[in-house]
Design a protein around this ligand. Structure first.
Ligand code: B12
Ligand code: SF4
Length: 450
C-alpha cells in the first residue's frame, strides 16, 4: 500500500517537516509498503494541494498534526475528501489529545493515539487485506490498539515501543531537511511536570501501560550518524530531544565517542536544572555550539505557582554564564499571557530577557494545549471560549479571557518583546555576518518551545 503523509505548513517553511512521519515511513517501508511526503506550503491554495495529492496516488493519507496545524489541516483534508475517496488517518499531539473533535470533522476516518509505528503498519495490513468499507472493519478482532475509527469506541493502547532501538531509523526524505543539516531524536518522553507542556502528557496517556521515557543506545545513535557521515550528509546535527541533558552519564559517554568519531557541530535543548559547568565543557569539547533553554518567565512566582518549574532567576544567570564561558551560543524561550500572570510578572520577564542577553530568543503568547494541566484550569475557570478549536493557535494573540491581563495587555507585551528582539538583532549584526552559513536558521528552528 502507498501512504502519503500530508505536511501542513502554517508559516513559511523555515523548519523540518514533522518527525512522526519520518519514523512511520521507515516502519512502513520496512514492512514492504510505500511512503511519500506532500508538503502543503503556505502559498498553495486548497485546489492546488488537492490536485497534487490526487497525483501522488495514495491508498491512505496520513497527517501529523500539532494544535497549530489543526485548522488548516482540517480544511485541507475536507477539501481532499470532497473530491477524492481515500481513507485518512491523523496522528500526533493534537489528535492524541482531541481525538473526538478530529473524528467529528469531515474526512477523518481514523485517529492514532500515541506512538504510531506498529499501529499504522497493522492498519495498512488490514486495509490491504481487503477492508472495503470504512472506517471499519479494522482487523479480524475488529480492533487495532491505538487506532480509533470514526464511529468506533476508544481503542486499547499498546505499551510504548521497547526497546526503542528496534525502530528503523527515520526516513529522511520525509523530513525535508536542508542539505547538510541532520535532525536527531535520541529519546522519547520527558520526566518534568510543566503544566503548559503537551509533550509531557504522553506520560499520563501511557500510565499503566509502560514507561514512556526511553532512550536509544549510544551504539544506535552513533551508527545512524556515522552512516549519514559516510553518505556526506553530516554538516550540522540538531538534537530535537525535549531535554537532552537529563542523564549525565549517557551524555558524557555519547560526547566521548561523538567527539572522537564525528566532530560535527551540534545543538540541543536543555533545562538549566539539568546541566552543570563540567557537563557544559564536555558538550562544548564534543562540538556543541548552541543550547536552547526554556526560561518561560522572569517571575519566580509564575514559574513556581503556575508552571511547576521552581527554579530561581539566579540559576539562569549562573547557567547562562557557564554556557557562554564554555563557548556555546545561547538561545532561550519565553511565554506571555498565562492564567494568573500579571503585568508586573511580565515586566519581570522582559527584564530577565534583556539581562540574560542571549544570541536569540523565542517569545510566544500562551496557548493552552488540549490535555495539559493549564488547559484544564482554563476550561474550569471559564477562560477558554467555547469555540477555542476554531481559533488559530498562532502564539501571537491570546485566545483566553483572563481576569488579570487583557488581550490588549498581552498584545502590548508581545510588541515589547518584538522591539527587544529587534534591538538585539541590531546589536549582533556584525556577529551574524561572521556566523557559519545556516546558523541563524538553526536558531529560528530551535527557539520554538519551552
Ligand atoms: C521536534 C519538534 C518540533 C520540530 C518538528 C515538529 C514535529 N511536529 O515533529 C519543529 C522545529 C518543526 C517544531 C516546531 C513547532 N513546534 Co514543536 N516540537 C518538537 C518536539 C520537541 C519533538 C517532536 C518529536 O521529536 N517527536 C518524536 C516523534 C517520534 O513523536 P511524535 O511527533 O509524537 O510522533 C509519534 C506519534 O505522535 C504518532 N504520530 C505522529 N504523527 C502521526 C501521523 C500519523 C498518520 C499517525 C498514524 C501517527 C502519528 O506516531 C509517531 C511515532 O511514534 C515536540 C515535543 C514532543 N516531545 O513531542 C514539540 C512539540 C510537538 N512542538 C510544539 C509546538 C507548540 C511547536 C510550534 C508551534 C512552536 C512555536 N511556538 O512556534 C512549532 C510549529 C510546529 C507546527 N508545524 O505546527 C508542541 C505542540 C503542542 C500541540 N499540542 O500542538 C510540542 C508538543 C512541544 C510542547 N512543549 O508542547 N517542533
Ligand atoms: S516544557 Fe520541556 S521540560 Fe517541561 S515537560 Fe515539556 S519538554 Fe519537559
Amino acid at each position: 500500500m502507498r501512504v502519503v503523509f500530508l505536511e501542513v505548513d502554517t508559516e513559511r517553511s523555515w523548519a523540518v517537516a514533522s518527525i512522526g512521519p519520518g519514523f512511520l515511513g521507515a516502519a512502513l517501508r520496512a514492512a514492504g509498503h510505500e511512503a511519500a511526503l506532500l508538503r502543503a506550503t503556505v502559498d498553495e491554495t486548497p485546489e492546488q494541494i488537492v490536485a497534487r495529492m490526487v497525483a501522488a496516488a495514495p491508498d491512505l493519507i496520513g497527517v501529523s498534526l500539532t494544535t497549530r496545524q489543526w485548522l488548516r489541516g482540517r480544511a485541507l483534508i475536507g477539501a481532499i475528501r470532497a473530491t477524492h475517496d481515500v481513507p485518512v488517518i491523523a496522528g500526533g499531539l493534537h489528535p492524541t489529545f482531541s481525538p473526538e473533535e478530529v473524528l467529528a470533522s469531515p474526512g477523518f476516518d481514523y485517529v492514532c493515539l500515541g506512538e504510531g509505528e506498529d499501529a499504522l503498519c497493522e492498519l495498512v495490513e488490514a486495509l490491504a487485506a481487503g477492508a472495503t468499507t470504512r472506517p471499519a472493519p479494522l482487523s479480524r478482532s475488529g480492533r487495532i490498539a491505538n487506532i480509533w475509527a470514526r464511529g468506533g469506541a476508544r481503542p486499547e493502547l499498546r505499551p510504548p515501543v521497547e526497546p526503542i532501538d528496534r525502530l528503523p531509523w527515520m526516513a529522511r526524505d520525509l523530513l525535508d531537511e536542508q542539505p547538510g543539516t541532520i535532525h536527531m531524536t535520541t529519546q522519547r518522553g520527558c520526566p518534568f511536570p510543566c503544566t503548559y507542556c503537551a509533550a509531557r502528557m504522553y506520560n499520563e496517556l501511557y500510565e499503566g501501560t509502560g514507561d514512556y521515557g526511553r532512550r536509544r543506545s549510544h551504539a544506535s545513535v552513533l551508527a545512524e550518524l556515522e552512516a549519514l557521515h559516510d553518505d556526506g550528509r553530516l554538516g550540522y546535527v540538531i538534537f530535537l530531544d525535549d531535554t537532552f541533558t537529563i542523564h549525565h552519564g549517557w551524555v558524557r559517554e555519547l560526547c566521548a565517542q561523538y567527539g572522537e568519531r564525528l566532530r560535527v557541530p551540534f545543538s540541543l535543548h536543555a533545562r538549566v536544572e539539568t546541566v552543570n559547568e563540567r557537563l557544559l565543557h564536555t558538550l562544548a569539547e564534543a562540538g556543541c555550539d548552541q543550547i536552547t533553554y526554556g526560561v518561560e518567565s522572569g517571575s519566580e512566582r509564575v514559574r513556581r505557582e503556575i508552571m511547576q518549574r521552581p527554579v530561581t532567576n539566579q540559576r539562569f544567570r549562573d547557567v547562562f554564564r557557564w554556557t557562554r564561558q564554555a563557548g556555546i551560543r545561547l538561545t532561550a524561550n519565553f511565554m506571555i499571557g498565562l492564567p494568573g500572570e500579571t503585568r508586573d510578572d511580565l515586566d519581570q520577564t522582559l527584564a530577565l530577557a534583556e539581562e540574560l542577553d542571549v544570541y536569540d530568543f523565542g517569545y510566544f503568547v500562551f496557548y493552552p494545549y488540549p490535555g495539559t494541566a493549564l488547559f484544564r484550569l482554563c476550561q474550569e475557570r471559564g477562560y477558554l471560549p467555547d469555540d477555542y478549536l476554531a481559533r488559530p493557535a498562532n502564539h501571537r494573540e491570546t485566545i483566553l479571557r483572563l481576569p488579570d491581563l487583557s488581550a490588549d495587555d498581552i498584545g502590548d507585551y508581545y510588541d515589547r518583546f518584538t522591539a527587544l528582539r529587534a534591538r538585539m538583532y541590531g546589536r549582533r549584526d556584525g556577529a551574524a555576518a561572521a556566523a557559519p552559513p545556516g546558523a541563524v536558521e538553526h536558531v529560528q528552528a530551535l527557539a520554538h518551545r519551552g
